[in-house]
Design a protein around this ligand. Structure first.
Ligand code: NDP
Length: 282
């Protein structure tokens, strides 16, 4: 293996220590940063995610509450809970864990969150601010990727970033953040012709697809920085990314592992966004 590891666990630890200091400073000024995580239903993966998010907040000295509701909760009742939290001055961030049960309109729910408390950055006004180069919140996963690139001092300006995946939560905001740092950005998706021809041009390659090990070493330009956002569960229960780590790490200069890469950074940036929201209320 020749690539250096972009270690999300180590960087998270450093950033979370800074978050704890900022939380302490805010608390001393009478503003304890507060995040509410809402979970509707009993999706087992979601239950793990939300508990980890609440625990990470508490570990950093922030206020955090998990509001868990039955899968039968009506859309109107959920909107009512969001309205209550929007008006609660002790709460600076509101996160609704997705996916929601089918009878609830996710878009309507996200749009009901006050944009200044939308720590996931999914509200259309926050997407618009990001698009126009003046973000209020950066969506946590791409924000975490940018922090990892900065920590490794990866040059972005003028380099070609290729992103595989165009979701609203990862691919598109990732493209916006890289563009803001003056990368030349290509976004690939399921209708892209000759994906390999695209990925081979990447100085920075971001995989956010959800297909185990689809990016193999022969698709990576020698010396490229490879960021693997994918989290896939294999039949044996183990996790793997969208990148074939064994072959890609022979070619890349830097690479994120799965687990231990982008995953821990996503929760860390949720903490950062909550702190930023609380600081703005001073
Ligand atoms: P989505 O399913 O919303 O988007 C996947 C994207 O991949 C789509 O744009 C799709 O294209 C594209 N795609 C699918 N097949 C191909 C293909 N064969 N070639 C090229 N592009 C393809 O997923 P998310 O963005 O939500 O998540 C992506 C991955 O990242 C998942 O594994 C998810 O678990 C993980 N994830 C990890 C996080 C973390 O913290 N590390 C946070 C969020 C997600 P099209 O639009 O044309 O359908």
């Amino acid at each position: 293996m020749s690539a250096q590891i972009l270690d999300g666990n180590a960087l998270s630890k450093t950033i979370r220590a800074e978050v704890a200091q900022r939380a302490q400073a805010l608390t001393a000024r009478g503003v304890k940063p507060g995040l509410v995580v809402i979970l509707v239903g009993e999706n087992p993966a979601s239950q793990v995610y939300v508990r980890n998010k609440v625990k990470a907040c508490l570990d950093c000295g922030m206020h955090s509450v998990l509001e868990q509701y039955e899968a039968t909760l009506s859309e109107a009742a959920l909107l009512g809970h969001i309205a209550r939290l929007n008006a609660d001055p002790a709460i600076h961030g509101i996160l609704v864990q997705l996916p929601l049960p089918k009878h609830i309109d996710e878009h309507k729910v996200i749009e009901a969150i006050a944009p200044e408390k939308d720590v996931d950055g999914f509200h259309v006004s926050n997407a618009g601010l990001l698009m126009t180069g003046n973000p209020l919140f950066r969506p946590c996963t791409p924000y975490g990727v940018m922090k990892m690139l900065a920590a490794a001092q990866v040059p972005i300006k003028g380099n070609h970033a290729v992103i595989v995946g165009r979701s609203n939560i990862v691919g598109k905001p990732m493209a916006m953040l890289l563009l803001q740092e003056s990368a030349t950005v290509t976004i690939c998706h399921s209708a892209t012709r000759d994906l390999k021809a695209m990925t081979l041009q990447a100085d920075i390659l971001v995989a956010a697809v959800g297909r185990p090990r689809m990016i193999t070493g022969d698709m990576v330009k020698p010396g490229a920085v490879v960021v693997d956002v994918g989290i896939n569960r294999l039949p044996d229960g183990k996790l793997c990314g969208d990148v074939d780590f064994a072959s890609a790490s022979e070619v890349a200069s830097w690479i994120t592992p799965v687990p231990g890469g982008v995953g821990p950074m996503t929760i860390t940036m949720l903490l950062v966004n909550t702190i930023e929201a609380a600081e703005r209320t001073l």
